[in-house]
Write a protein of this length. Structure first.
Length: 527
């Protein structure tokens, strides 16, 4: 009965689970049913659910059935929009550069938003052959108008033997094709920004602001991997991270601090709350201002799945607190998943989406349980010990949620993740605070340069510390090969082990209570 009551507290968790099932079924068997049939089934099940109010159980079942069909229908609509036929001949196309161009060897890579031709309104990954004699490629900048003559081809996977579906990942983020442009098959042009949709104009403006902020790091003396680390942590730009740095962070178990997520957004939210402050009606206005600033930051950093999840949850929590309602975290997490999946059902296959939600789900479900492994009276002796154990408990919970996925996609398990997080998380917090301080001190150039020097030193400290951990014997277990069934079984085993620990812990507490009652009874008799 208690378990049933707990489930009833989180109705949106059931809705999210059924929506995910519907999207999965739509991916597997959706091609069998036409869109009209799916829409008809959705409407029919909705009508039946609305008309079965006298039978609550039947109504609940039909509502979930409706959600199942909604998931299938949304995925089918999304796939139909992405189903485009690429031209087989060379195309003369006008486009806009919508990402900062990045040089890799003899190639200059960037994203294009197509303004004309058969791919008008589509996003394309472009690679330009650099003309290193005339250096004409340097005129390709963020926001440049460009006219190209080239073939457009479907996106091909760089990871044929991996569980990571690169082609689907590209579709998730809106890329419909790729192209290779020879050195003399393009020229810059002027274009009217009104030709871009409003959302693309906003994205382009955000990209320009981010480019200017990144340039500030460069002008203030941050260089090489110090620049790359700070750029990734604060503005979500991971393009300059070297393979060696990525490997060190992956082996040590600190890759999550390079990807903007709930950790980063909660730090920024706390900083903004400290700066704005305020109570009462002014406090509500300040919370709205903070949320606006958070969403501008999300837009600025590229709107990855993890940062979107964090921003949506923060928004829900803020409005719930304004209404003085109780925060039910699992419901908020489920509602966030529902919103994101209805917006883009393909997000379900985004690794960032999966990692982010599984980490937060595990923390919400397991943190309190793990935190109780050490008695409270031990932790209360020292606030430092309490904070250290709190960080370790969060790390253990998050690792339980994400380790099987990391092993599935990347074939690796980091052995010293607890030590890593005790170092990486505090340093990440300090780096974010120091970065914000550095930008705030732009009117004091000399002080700003000293702060930038401190920021560079902090990033070096973080890199060196993680490099030491990555060099320890057995720092990671490599070449793990799992299939989907094995991943599900591992999650089941984790659940069973935690359940066993729970019952042992419960029995130990009961025995302590019995012994305490026995001592009290003996004392009373003696008295």
């Amino acid at each position: 009965m208690k378990a049933l009551n707990r489930l009833q507290l989180y109705p949106l968790v059931k809705v999210a689970a059924v929506l995910i099932l519907g999207i999965t079924l739509g991916d597997r068997i959706g091609h069998v049913l036409p869109l009209s049939v799916m829409l008809g089934l959705t409407i029919l099940s909705l009508i039946v659910s609305l008309g079965s109010g006298k039978w609550p159980q039947v109504q609940s079942f039909m509502i979930l059935f409706t959600v199942l069909f909604v998931g299938m229908f949304c995925l089918a609509v999304k796939k139909e929009k992405m189903d485009i036929h690429l031209p087989v001949s060379v195309q003369s196309t006008e486009a806009v550069v919508v990402s900062t161009p990045l040089s890799k060897g003899k190639i200059l890579q960037c994203d294009l938003y197509v303004l004309s031709g058969s791919l008008c309104g589509k996003k394309v990954k472009a690679s330009f052959l650099r003309d290193t004699i005339e250096n004409h490629y340097q005129s390709i900048q963020l926001g440049s108008g460009i006219r190209i003559q080239s073939f457009f081809t479907p996106v091909t996977s760089f990871y044929p033997h991996s569980h990571f579906d690169y082609c689907r990942w590209m579709k998730i983020y809106g890329y419909d094709a790729q192209t290779f442009v020879n050195a003399h098959n393009w020229q810059t042009m002027r274009f009217d920004t009104k030709l871009l949709p409003r959302i693309e104009r906003l994205k382009l403006a955000a990209q320009r602001v981010r480019a200017n902020l990144l340039e500030q790091y460069d002008l203030l003396g941050l260089a090489d991997q110090d620049y790359a680390i700070v750029s990734a942590m604060t503005l979500g730009d991971k393009s300059l991270l070297s393979n060696e740095t990525k490997k060190v962070y992956s082996i040590s178990g600190a890759s999550h601090v390079l990807a903007l997520s709930g950790l980063h957004l909660s730090i920024i939210f706390g900083l903004l709350a400290f700066v704005f402050g305020g109570k009462g009606s002014k406090g509500m206005m300040h919370l709205v201002a903070i949320l606006l600033a958070i969403w501008i930051y999300v837009f600025l950093t590229g709107m990855s799945s993890s940062v979107m999840r964090s921003a949506i949850m923060l928004t829900f929590y803020t409005f719930i607190s304004m209404l003085h309602r109780e925060k039910t975290s699992l419901n908020a997490l489920a509602l966030t998943a529902i919103v994101m999946l209805l917006w883009n059902p393909l997000s379900l296959w985004d690794i960032s989406f999966q990692m982010s939600f599984m980490a937060v789900f595990a923390i919400l479900l397991l943190y309190q349980f793990i935190a109780q492994w050490i008695p409270q009276h031990w932790l209360s002796r020292s606030s430092v010990i309490g904070k250290v154990w709190g960080t370790m408990a969060v790390s253990l919970a998050a690792q339980a949620g994400t380790a099987p996925l990391v092993a599935y996609y990347f074939g690796r398990f980091s052995s010293y993740f607890l030590v890593t997080n005790l170092i990486a998380i505090p340093l990440t917090i300090v780096i974010l605070y120091v970065s914000a301080t550095m930008f705030a001190l732009s009117i004091f150039p000399l002080i700003q340069r000293w702060v930038a020097w401190g920021l560079s030193w902090l990033s070096q400290l973080l890199n060196d510390s993680l490099a030491v951990i990555a060099s320890w014997p057995g720092a990671s277990v490599e070449n793990i090969h799992l299939n989907l069934v094995q991943v599900i079984l591992i999650y089941g085993m984790i659940g069973m082990v935690l359940g066993l620990i729970y019952f042992i812990q419960k029995g130990y507490r009961q025995s302590l209570n019995y012994s305490t009652r026995g001592r009290d009874a003996c004392t009373n008799r003696q008295v």
